[in-house]
Design a protein around this ligand. Structure first.
Ligand SMILES: [Mg+2]
Length: 299
């Protein structure tokens, strides 16, 4: 493929590739009443079609696509309100990592939001681009350099508030992507300005393009909530990396991201530490006593 994105190993494609046609997807989805089971089977079908698209194209990011499939399926089918629709107040979803574009394409095709013929036109002229592009229907943001998604969500949230349109903004990031400094820079203003309409989903699949995340720069443990709260959800699906049941049960249990009042007032006047002579002397004395206390003794 012409695009350099670390996945240029030519994948073996042959006439034996199989995919799930749209009518079968509709038949299956229409036959299942339980939302969780319906989303789970939809996700599995989308993985099949994602694999087909990538193998047919000859390149693409299978892991990044597969690990995001369940969460985007749930978001787009059960959670978000008119995602990326034209109506005022519609919720917005986009991927910051972008490498999972085939999964979103497969889902959009399954939901009838993209033409089914595009299933065969990933990374083809006039087809679906390897990375998300706003020229494609229902794609809210381009990707290129990693780490920019939360900044974009911040800008969207500010614009929504200015225009009074409302709507939630969900941005999917990769775990390897969290190594980008811009991620952390963008979280600060989003938090300081209480932009709770932004939800950041971290697809913690423990791998990035070239190797394990831990081998590059370990993120340490990432947990969605306190252990006791998670145990109380009564999760039965313990497959690693598939959080669909957790998302569903947490939502049913009333877990929400919300703005909370914080007892905080911006400081007025000079700093008590460095703004006065007494404050400065106290700080120096405190520091000196600590240094004396911690000083190594001669032996
Ligand atoms: Mg990853």
């Amino acid at each position: 493929m012409g695009e350099k994105d670390h996945s240029d190993h030519q994948l073996a494609g042959d006439a034996g590739l199989r995919f799930a046609p749209l009518e079968e997807i509709h038949r299956v989805r229409g036959s299942i009443a339980d939302p969780l089971a319906r989303a789970a089977i939809t996700g599995d079908i989308c993985r099949l079609n994602t694999l087909y698209m990538i193998m047919n194209a000859g390149s693409g990011h299978i892991g990044s696509s597969f690990s995001s499939t369940d969460i985007i399926t749930w978001l787009w089918t059960e959670e978000l309100r008119d995602p990326n629709g034209p109506a005022q107040g519609s919720d917005v979803y986009f991927s910051s990592k972008g490498h999972d574009a085939p999964a979103l394409y497969a889902l959009l095709i399954a939901l009838g939001k993209l033409d089914a013929s595009l299933l065969h036109r990933l990374r083809r002229f006039g087809g679906l681009p390897g990375h998300p592009d706003v020229e494609t229907p229902y794609i809210a943001a381009n990707t290129g350099s990693l780490g920019m998604g939360i900044s974009k969500a911040y800008g969207m949230a500010r614009a929504h508030r200015y225009l009074g349109t409302g709507g939630r903004i969900v941005v999917m990031t990769g775990d390897g992507e969290l190594q980008e400094g811009q991620i952390w820079e963008s979280l600060q203003p989003a938090a300081n300005e209480r932009l709770a309409e932004i939800t950041v989903v971290v697809d913690h699949n423990k791998f990035q393009s070239d190797s394990a995340v831990a081998a590059v720069s370990d993120l340490g443990p990432m947990r969605a909530a306190w252990r006791a709260d998670l145990v109380d959800l009564g999760l039965t699906d313990r497959r690693s990396g598939w959080p669909l049941e957790m998302v569903l049960r947490a939502g049913a249990a009333g877990w929400r991201i919300a703005e909370l009042p914080v007892r905080y007032r911006p400081r007025q006047g000079r700093s008590k530490v460095t703004g006065t002579v007494r404050g400065t002397l106290t700080a120096v004395q405190d520091m000196r006593s600590q240094l004396q206390h911690l000083a190594p003794t001669a032996s």
